[in-house]
Each structure stands twice: as structure tokens, then as C-alpha cells.
Design a protein around this ligand. Structure first.
Ligand code: 2P0
Length: 325
């Protein structure tokens, strides 16, 4: 019997950057995100009689760190379910892998959801969020639809995401793809380097905690402009913390900064748009759904070389075929 699950990437509005516990992936700060309706990952898990887990991504057998991360999630599910067998995992991405478009968030949310079903683990969404977190921190947020907040917590039990309701104007995220190349430094390595060497990291942690509280209040109030302003602040402060690392980590390219500038110009023309960027040069622009096509037209006119994809709030991870379908 094969269990198949789908999950979508999420983009953090209030960023996660830095861990307080590397092994359990407990973050230094909480974060808040929007799960998208584009670039899904579909993952199938089949219990097998073989002597080891086998993991394929887009048909290619994974080895090393990537397969170890999958095994970490499977081990946790074996531990929780009391079952000992191995699994065959096949995953298909529709997003350029490792280009700062949150492919690992969708991948590990789909994996946790499919594997829990395959191993017969009766897991609610909070447990799935905690399991997905073990593979990739941001994956704990992709278990949930729309807006979700990851409560940093202090241990495995207390570190999970939960859905927040959003009653403001329907949201869109215009993804501006300036590069689909694999990033030179993984976010995991870059995060660790920032924690260990950036003099700005402590300021990032204290300011992020305050920003997350403000953003949570703005989400509860449906206050789009405040959510947007805080989104841009969080992204720039996160990148500033990386600029301070030794050696520095710089994911933003000239094309990324040109997009940030174009968004400032859009705002001065009265369009509520706010830029954010993750561990890569691509820029995501938060705006109202009913203004998304206008935002794409304006960005295309200024930066025609980028490719633009309009995303809206998407679903949480869910079983497509399997016991829980
Ligand atoms: C985020 N990012 O909040 C932040 C913003 C990238 C920049 O979470 O080491 O793949 O597996 O926990 O979740 C990307 O890092 O890192 C990330 P690990 P993850 O979305």
C-alpha cells in the first residue's frame, strides 16, 4: 500500500533565521508565513522489505545529507508509531529545487504527511507539524493552509506551527524569478554561520520577537498595510544579519535589489505591495489579490528579464491516496 501526499511551499512574512537547537530544529525565533497555491510537491511512501530506506527525488536516488534528512523524519515516525520497517520514498517537485523558493518546506511537509499515513501513525496536524520540522524547519508551516505561525518553543513538544485566520483582503504573492540556479550556500549552513559569527544576530533575535508579536496582532486585525510593512522589514533585517556573518552570506543579487526598488516605486504610486526574499535571489511581492495582475504588469515593465508567477493562499499538506484519503 502506498500513501501519497501533496504540500505547497510557504513564504515567511516574519522570517525564521537561526536555530537554538540544531538537532531538533528548534528556532531562535518564531515566524509567520503564507502557504501558496503554486509549486506543489507530491510524495509517495511505500513500506518495503528492503534493508534500508530508499529516497528518490524526481527519479534520482538521494544520498548523503538529503537522504539523511528524510531518514530523520522516517525514524521519528517509526519511533512514534512503534513500527520498524523501511520505506521507499518518491518525491516530485514542481519548483526549482534549492533556489530560495521553499522547495524543502513543501517536500518535508508532504513527506511527514505521507509517511505518517503509510506507517499507520494517527497524527493530528500539530504532530505532523512537529514531525515535518525535524526534516526542515520551515516545513512545519506548510502543514497548514494560508497564514500560519510557527511558535518557536523550547523543545520538540512546544515547537510547532498553527493556522491563523485572516479576514483582511485576499492575499497574493507575486514570485519574481530572477534565477533558478541552485544556491551556492545552503540555508542550513548560512543560518549556522550567521548564529556563530554575525554580531547582528542577537539584535535579529530580539527584534524578530517584537516584530512577530506586532505582525500577529496585525493579522488578527486584518490590517494588510501593517502586515506588509513588517514583511519587508523582517526580510531586510534577516539579510542584514547574514551580511554581518564571516564570511558574509549574500543571497540578494543586483536583480533582487532592482525588484525591491520597483516595489518601493509601486507603493509611491499608491499600490500596496511589499517585497520579501529568502535564501536565494528571487523576490516575492506580497499584495492584494485584486491588484496582483497590475503588480505583475508594473514589475514586468521595469524588470522584463524576470519571470513572474502569481500565487494565492494555498492548502495545507494532505493525503491524496492512502488510508487517510
Ligand atoms: C523561512 N528560510 O522562514 C526562512 C527565511 C529561508 C529564509 O526557513 O535548516 O530549509 O531545514 O530548518 O527551513 C529556509 O530554511 O532550514 C528557511 P532548516 P529551512 O522560511
Amino acid at each position: 500500500m502506498t500513501s501519497t501526499a501533496t504540500a505547497h511551499p510557504n513564504i515567511a512574512l516574519a522570517k525564521y533565521w537561526g536555530k537554538r537547537n540544531d538537532a531538533l530544529i528548534i528556532p531562535a525565533t518564531g515566524s509567520l508565513s503564507l502557504t501558496l497555491d503554486v509549486f506543489p510537491t507530491t510524495t509517495s511512501v511505500t513500506l518495503s522489505d528492503e534493508g534500508a530506506d530508499a529516497v528518490r527525488l524526481d527519479g534520482v536516488l538521494l544520498t548523503g545529507d538529503e537522504s539523511n534528512r528524510v531518514r530523520t523524519v522516517l525514524d521519528r515516525i517509526r519511533e512514534l508509531s512503534g513500527r520498524t520497517g523501511h520505506a521507499r520514498v518518491e518525491s516530485a517537485n514542481t519548483v526549482p529545487t534549492a533556489a530560495g523558493l521553499a522547495s524543502s518546506a513543501a517536500a518535508f511537509a508532504a513527506l511527514a504527511t505521507a509517511a505518517a499515513d503509510a506507517f499507520g501513525l494517527d497524527a493530528d496536524d500539530r504532530m505532523l507539524s512537529r514531525i515535518a520540522r525535524r526534516g526542515s524547519g520551515s516545513a512545519c508551516r506548510s502543514v497548514f493552509p494560508g497564514v500560519a505561525r510557527w511558535n518557536a518553543g523550547i523543545d520538540d513538544e512546544s515547537s510547532y506551527a498553527e493556522p491563523l485566520s485572516w479576514n483582511g483582503p485576499p492575499l497574493a504573492m507575486v514570485v519574481g524569478i530572477v534565477s533558478s540556479q541552485r544556491k551556492a550556500v545552503s540555508s542550513r549552513t548560512a543560518m549556522r554561520r550567521t548564529v556563530e559569527t554575525s554580531p547582528y544576530f542577537p539584535a535579529w533575535v530580539t527584534s524578530s520577537a517584537a516584530l512577530l508579536d506586532q505582525m500577529s496582532d496585525a493579522v488578527a486585525a486584518g490590517d494588510f498595510a501593517t502586515v506588509g510593512e513588517l514583511t519587508e522589514q523582517s526580510a531586510l533585517r534577516m539579510h542584514a544579519s547574514m551580511f554581518g556573518a564571516v564570511p558574509p552570506v549574500r543571497y540578494l543579487s543586483a536583480a533582487s535589489l532592482a525588484l525591491f526598488d520597483a516595489v518601493v516605486t509601486l507603493r509611491s504610486a499608491g499600490i500596496d505591495a511589499y517585497a520579501t526574499a529568502d535564501a536565494g535571489p528571487n523576490v516575492k511581492v506580497l499584495c492584494r489579490s485584486d491588484q496582483a495582475s497590475h503588480v505583475v504588469d508594473a514589475l514586468t515593465a521595469t524588470i522584463p528579464d524576470a519571470e513572474y508567477v502569481v500565487a494565492h493562499a494555498g492548502p495545507g499538506s494532505h493525503i491524496v491516496t492512502g488510508k487517510g484519503a
